[in-house]
Design a binder for this molecule. Structure first.
Ligand code: PGA
Length: 227
């Protein structure tokens, strides 16, 4: 089955000219590109691009008095197909709770976006307990036929942006525990590089969520090619 490769540009690149360059460089890659909101506008992207467009976050309401927020309906109207929800940087720096993440998932599904739900343990935490709890709370009261549409990214927080990736064999154990409960596509994320990318696929992951390495076009192209 086709593997899912997602680029999370986070708050990069730092201006429009650079964003245009980066979009042009990844134009022919079969991947999902999640740029900052301000670069989602169609005219910034090269025409005929092969990649699919994703966003890094959304609010749970359709519209209203939520200064600074972006709704899933707005994303949908810009041609966005999927949205990252519950990334650990949002949980940590913006105090997103599982309850908020649950509302965001429901809203994204309601407006026809594919949610990419990020879960994972912090340094020293028990991966199984954390992943179990997050799945239970984040997917609370979402009907099975909707749960199936969600892509899950297992991202150990200690592995994100540190260069300290989770060994594929260790990640495989957590994947096994998750697959006992859910039947979703599960990606791995956390310091993915082209050196290690294919190994996650070999142990059973359905794709990768790539942060830092997605800003290096050559490196990201290698990752896409490897899987
Ligand atoms: P990283 O980020 O690849 O830079 O570790 C992954 C992520 O935050 O999704």
């Amino acid at each position: 089955m086709k593997k899912i490769i997602i680029a999370n540009w986070k708050m990069n690149p730092s201006d429009l000219a650079e964003a245009k360059k980066l979009f042009a460089a990844v134009k022919n890659l079969d991947a999902i590109i999640c740029p900052p909101f301000c670069y989602l506008y169609a005219k910034i992207r090269p025409s005929g691009a092969k990649f699919t467009l994703g966003a890094q976050n959304c609010h749970w309401e359709e519209k209203g008095a939520y200064t600074g927020e972006i709704s899933p309906k707005m994303l949908k109207s810009l041609g966005v197909k999927c949205v990252i929800i519950g990334h650990s940087e949002r949980r940590i720096h913006f105090q997103e709770t599982d309850e908020m993440i649950n509302k965001k998932l429901k809203a994204a599904l309601k407006f026809g976006l594919i949610p990419i739900l990020c879960i994972g343990e912090k340094e020293g935490e028990d991966a199984k307990l954390v992943v179990d709890r997050q799945l239970k709370e984040d997917l609370n009261e979402i009907i099975d036929t909707d749960i199936e549409k969600i892509v899950i990214a297992y991202e150990p927080v200690w592995a994100i942006g540190t260069g300290n990736f989770c060994e594929p064999q260790k990640a495989k154990e957590v994947l096994g525990l998750m697959k006992e409960k859910i039947n979703n596509n599960v990606l791995y994320g956390g310091s993915v590089s082209s050196k290690i990318s294919a190994d996650y696929i070999k142990v059973g992951f359905d794709g990768l969520l790539v942060g830092g390495a997605s800003l290096d076009v050559e490196e990201f192209a290698k990752i896409v090619k490897n899987v």
